[in-house]
Design a protein around this ligand. Structure first.
Ligand SMILES: CC(C)(COP(=O)(O)OP(=O)(O)OC[C@H]1O[C@@H](n2cnc3c(N)ncnc32)[C@H](O)[C@@H]1OP(=O)(O)O)[C@@H](O)C(=O)NCCC(=O)NCCS
Length: 201
């Protein structure tokens, strides 16, 4: 297998040029600073506890410690900004032979609803397929309307398990994507990024 591409140079739907690439150990400061810039609400929605402005070393290690078959994190950067970090997404395989992984995503508050979460989902989808996974599952707190709507509008099937919302994507079945703008965006990114992230590998 070839090494992953260093970076994808893409445009958001509003024309903003962005870099999308895997997280590397040198990004430790970037991740900590992006975390500091999140609203308390967004931090709580992502980490399910009141973590304050500082992301602990354990979580930083966990995010940065990549392995293409077990855990992948990609970030989206706007190189025109003084602080370029805008969003990131990860998947974690539930066990060495598991065919499913848990996905999580985070976009800075002021950059939400620009299609960034959906672009990162497409990258997670293709890197997960590349690792031999069949499905991605995302969890959200019951009051996390943004995440629930995002996952549902991007075609995940969801249910309430009594404690949290559980959403699942079947990575082999694009036919069940709903007729929403977000699902159309997702399908377009999957088609555009497949040659680089999946087919030519
Ligand atoms: C969930 C999250 C990652 C979505 O990222 P995003 O970049 O805003 O998502 P997109 O712009 O790609 O949204 C795509 C579609 O999802 C739906 N959606 C996203 N956020 C929504 C919201 N707040 N309310 C209603 N629908 C929403 C819409 O259909 C949207 O399309 P539209 O903007 O054209 O109407 C972002 O809200 C976030 O970082 N939240 C805090 C962290 C978190 O909760 N993470 C848990 C996810 S596992």
């Amino acid at each position: 297998m070839n090494p992953p591409p260093e970076r994808l140079l893409l445009e958001l739907r509003d024309g903003t040029p962005v870099i999308v690439r895997p997280l590397v150990p040198a990004d430790r400061t970037l991740v900590a600073e992006a975390y500091r810039r999140l609203s308390p609400e967004a931090r709580y929605q992502r980490f399910w506890s009141d973590t304050g402005e500082l992301l602990g070393d354990t979580m930083l290690d966990r995010l940065i410690d990549q392995d293409a078959s077990r855990h992948v994190t990609w970030v989206l950067l706007d190189p025109a900004r003084e602080f370029p970090g805008v969003g990131g997404a990860s998947w974690w395989r539930s066990g060495p032979a598991a065919r499913e992984a848990e996905i999580s995503a985070m976009v800075l508050d002021g950059d939400q609803r620009r299609g960034i979460g959906t672009l990162l989902l497409a990258v997670m989808w293709l890197t997960a397929l590349r690792a031999g996974l069949d499905s991605l599952v995302g969890y959200a707190l019951g009051d996390n309307r943004a995440a629930a709507d995002w996952m549902r509008d991007c075609g995940a099937s969801g249910h309430w398990d009594g404690y949290k919302l559980v959403f699942r994507w079947d990575l082999h079945n694009l036919d069940t994507l709903p007729e929403t703008p977000a699902a159309a965006d997702l399908a377009a990114w999957l088609a555009a990024l497949s040659p680089e992230l999946l087919e030519n590998r």
